[in-house]
Design a protein around this ligand. Structure first.
Ligand code: MN
Length: 198
Protein backbone atom coordinates (compact mmCIF):
# COMPACT_ATOMS: atom_id res chain seq x y z
CA UNK A 1 0.00 0.00 0.00
CA UNK A 2 1.36 3.41 -0.86
CA UNK A 3 1.98 5.95 1.88
CA UNK A 4 -1.04 8.19 2.60
CA UNK A 5 0.02 11.83 2.89
CA UNK A 6 -1.74 14.96 4.19
CA UNK A 7 -2.87 17.59 1.64
CA UNK A 8 -2.16 21.18 2.74
CA UNK A 9 -1.62 19.95 6.29
CA UNK A 10 -4.76 17.81 6.61
CA UNK A 11 -5.71 14.23 5.94
CA UNK A 12 -8.75 13.95 3.68
CA UNK A 13 -11.88 11.88 4.27
CA UNK A 14 -11.74 9.18 1.59
CA UNK A 15 -14.71 8.82 -0.76
CA UNK A 16 -16.95 5.87 0.05
CA UNK A 17 -16.64 3.78 -3.14
CA UNK A 18 -20.19 2.23 -3.01
CA UNK A 19 -23.47 3.06 -1.21
CA UNK A 20 -24.10 -0.49 0.06
CA UNK A 21 -22.76 -4.04 -0.22
CA UNK A 22 -25.70 -6.15 -1.37
CA UNK A 23 -27.36 -7.97 1.51
CA UNK A 24 -24.14 -7.94 3.56
CA UNK A 25 -23.88 -4.29 4.69
CA UNK A 26 -26.79 -1.85 4.41
CA UNK A 27 -26.64 1.72 3.15
CA UNK A 28 -27.58 2.91 6.67
CA UNK A 29 -24.64 1.10 8.25
CA UNK A 30 -22.23 2.39 5.61
CA UNK A 31 -23.58 5.93 5.92
CA UNK A 32 -22.95 6.02 9.68
CA UNK A 33 -19.71 4.07 9.46
CA UNK A 34 -18.12 6.28 6.82
CA UNK A 35 -19.94 9.59 7.26
CA UNK A 36 -19.95 9.71 11.07
CA UNK A 37 -17.39 7.32 12.54
CA UNK A 38 -14.59 7.67 9.99
CA UNK A 39 -15.24 11.41 9.58
CA UNK A 40 -14.80 11.89 13.35
CA UNK A 41 -11.49 9.99 13.32
CA UNK A 42 -10.25 12.14 10.41
CA UNK A 43 -11.35 15.37 12.14
CA UNK A 44 -9.74 14.38 15.45
CA UNK A 45 -6.52 13.35 13.70
CA UNK A 46 -6.34 16.71 11.92
CA UNK A 47 -7.01 18.64 15.16
CA UNK A 48 -4.20 16.81 16.95
CA UNK A 49 -1.70 17.04 14.10
CA UNK A 50 -0.28 20.60 14.24
CA UNK A 51 1.24 20.30 17.74
CA UNK A 52 2.11 16.62 17.53
CA UNK A 53 5.56 16.67 15.95
CA UNK A 54 4.13 14.53 13.12
CA UNK A 55 2.93 17.32 10.77
CA UNK A 56 3.72 16.41 7.16
CA UNK A 57 4.44 12.76 7.94
CA UNK A 58 2.54 9.94 6.26
CA UNK A 59 -0.40 8.24 7.94
CA UNK A 60 1.58 4.99 8.17
CA UNK A 61 4.54 6.74 9.86
CA UNK A 62 2.18 8.27 12.44
CA UNK A 63 0.59 4.88 13.14
CA UNK A 64 4.03 3.26 13.55
CA UNK A 65 5.42 5.88 15.92
CA UNK A 66 2.68 7.90 17.66
CA UNK A 67 0.83 7.00 20.84
CA UNK A 68 -2.27 8.10 22.76
CA UNK A 69 -5.09 9.92 20.97
CA UNK A 70 -2.97 10.66 17.91
CA UNK A 71 -2.23 6.95 17.46
CA UNK A 72 -5.86 5.97 18.05
CA UNK A 73 -7.27 8.38 15.47
CA UNK A 74 -4.52 7.80 12.88
CA UNK A 75 -4.83 4.04 13.34
CA UNK A 76 -8.57 4.16 12.79
CA UNK A 77 -8.16 6.31 9.65
CA UNK A 78 -5.65 3.81 8.22
CA UNK A 79 -7.74 0.78 9.23
CA UNK A 80 -10.94 2.16 7.71
CA UNK A 81 -9.18 3.23 4.50
CA UNK A 82 -7.94 -0.35 4.01
CA UNK A 83 -11.39 -1.72 4.92
CA UNK A 84 -13.56 0.45 2.66
CA UNK A 85 -11.18 0.28 -0.32
CA UNK A 86 -10.99 -3.53 -0.37
CA UNK A 87 -14.70 -4.17 -1.06
CA UNK A 88 -16.72 -3.81 -4.23
CA UNK A 89 -20.25 -4.76 -5.32
CA UNK A 90 -18.52 -6.11 -8.47
CA UNK A 91 -15.49 -7.66 -6.78
CA UNK A 92 -12.74 -9.53 -8.59
CA UNK A 93 -12.99 -13.11 -7.33
CA UNK A 94 -10.16 -14.91 -5.58
CA UNK A 95 -9.95 -17.60 -8.28
CA UNK A 96 -9.12 -14.86 -10.81
CA UNK A 97 -6.10 -13.54 -8.85
CA UNK A 98 -3.54 -16.32 -8.95
CA UNK A 99 -0.73 -14.73 -6.90
CA UNK A 100 -2.77 -14.29 -3.71
CA UNK A 101 -4.73 -17.51 -4.35
CA UNK A 102 -1.51 -19.54 -4.53
CA UNK A 103 -0.10 -17.92 -1.37
CA UNK A 104 -3.30 -18.74 0.56
CA UNK A 105 -3.06 -22.37 -0.56
CA UNK A 106 0.63 -22.51 0.40
CA UNK A 107 0.22 -20.99 3.87
CA UNK A 108 -3.24 -22.22 4.96
CA UNK A 109 -3.66 -25.44 2.96
CA UNK A 110 -6.98 -24.36 1.41
CA UNK A 111 -9.10 -21.26 0.91
CA UNK A 112 -11.70 -22.78 3.24
CA UNK A 113 -9.13 -23.21 6.02
CA UNK A 114 -8.01 -19.60 5.60
CA UNK A 115 -11.58 -18.26 5.71
CA UNK A 116 -12.39 -20.38 8.76
CA UNK A 117 -9.35 -19.11 10.70
CA UNK A 118 -10.08 -15.50 9.66
CA UNK A 119 -13.74 -15.70 10.70
CA UNK A 120 -12.84 -17.47 13.96
CA UNK A 121 -10.27 -14.82 14.90
CA UNK A 122 -12.74 -12.06 13.99
CA UNK A 123 -15.56 -13.62 15.98
CA UNK A 124 -13.41 -14.33 19.06
CA UNK A 125 -11.75 -10.92 19.42
CA UNK A 126 -12.94 -9.60 22.80
CA UNK A 127 -14.37 -6.09 22.55
CA UNK A 128 -13.51 -3.76 19.66
CA UNK A 129 -10.88 -4.35 17.02
CA UNK A 130 -9.99 -5.83 13.66
CA UNK A 131 -9.03 -9.20 12.16
CA UNK A 132 -6.25 -9.09 9.56
CA UNK A 133 -4.58 -11.06 6.81
CA UNK A 134 -0.98 -9.83 6.52
CA UNK A 135 2.37 -10.84 5.07
CA UNK A 136 5.30 -11.18 7.47
CA UNK A 137 8.81 -10.09 6.51
CA UNK A 138 9.54 -13.49 4.96
CA UNK A 139 6.39 -13.19 2.77
CA UNK A 140 4.40 -15.78 4.73
CA UNK A 141 0.71 -14.95 5.11
CA UNK A 142 -0.67 -14.81 8.67
CA UNK A 143 -4.04 -14.08 10.30
CA UNK A 144 -3.96 -11.90 13.42
CA UNK A 145 -6.49 -10.09 15.61
CA UNK A 146 -5.69 -6.65 17.03
CA UNK A 147 -7.66 -4.57 19.53
CA UNK A 148 -9.08 -1.08 19.03
CA UNK A 149 -7.00 1.01 16.57
CA UNK A 150 -3.98 -1.29 16.34
CA UNK A 151 -2.68 -2.16 12.84
CA UNK A 152 -0.28 -4.85 11.53
CA UNK A 153 2.23 -2.13 10.53
CA UNK A 154 2.91 -1.77 14.28
CA UNK A 155 3.95 -5.44 14.38
CA UNK A 156 6.29 -5.54 11.38
CA UNK A 157 3.53 -7.01 9.18
CA UNK A 158 2.21 -5.82 5.81
CA UNK A 159 -1.63 -5.53 5.98
CA UNK A 160 -3.52 -7.14 3.08
CA UNK A 161 -7.15 -7.62 4.17
CA UNK A 162 -9.18 -6.64 7.22
CA UNK A 163 -12.71 -6.99 8.61
CA UNK A 164 -13.81 -4.39 11.16
CA UNK A 165 -15.35 -6.03 14.25
CA UNK A 166 -16.19 -2.86 16.17
CA UNK A 167 -19.93 -3.04 16.87
CA UNK A 168 -20.53 0.10 14.79
CA UNK A 169 -19.54 -1.93 11.69
CA UNK A 170 -22.43 -4.38 11.97
CA UNK A 171 -24.84 -3.69 14.84
CA UNK A 172 -27.60 -1.97 12.80
CA UNK A 173 -27.74 -4.96 10.43
CA UNK A 174 -26.77 -7.91 12.62
CA UNK A 175 -27.13 -6.82 16.28
CA UNK A 176 -25.05 -9.35 18.26
CA UNK A 177 -24.51 -11.76 15.34
CA UNK A 178 -20.91 -10.80 14.57
CA UNK A 179 -20.10 -14.17 13.00
CA UNK A 180 -22.94 -13.75 10.45
CA UNK A 181 -21.58 -10.33 9.46
CA UNK A 182 -18.08 -11.76 8.96
CA UNK A 183 -19.35 -14.66 6.83
CA UNK A 184 -21.45 -12.33 4.65
CA UNK A 185 -18.50 -10.11 3.60
CA UNK A 186 -16.54 -12.61 1.49
CA UNK A 187 -18.40 -12.14 -1.85
CA UNK A 188 -17.57 -8.42 -1.72
CA UNK A 189 -13.80 -8.71 -1.11
CA UNK A 190 -12.04 -7.46 -4.25
CA UNK A 191 -9.04 -9.76 -4.42
CA UNK A 192 -7.37 -7.60 -7.06
CA UNK A 193 -7.17 -4.83 -4.45
CA UNK A 194 -5.85 -7.27 -1.82
CA UNK A 195 -3.19 -8.61 -4.21
CA UNK A 196 -2.15 -5.04 -5.00
CA UNK A 197 -1.08 -4.68 -1.34
CA UNK A 198 1.39 -7.58 -1.53
MN1 MN B 1 -15.24 0.98 11.97
Amino acid sequence: MKEILPVNGSFQLMELPYPELGQAVSAATLSYHHGRHLRTYVDNLNKALPDSGFAGRSLQEIVRHADGALFNNAGQVLNHTLYFEQFSPAATRLSEVSDIYNLLLRDFGSVEAFCKEFEQKGASLFGSGWVWLSADDSGKLVVTQHANADNPVCHNLKPLLTFDVWEHAYYLDYQNRRADYLAALWPFVDWQVVAGRL
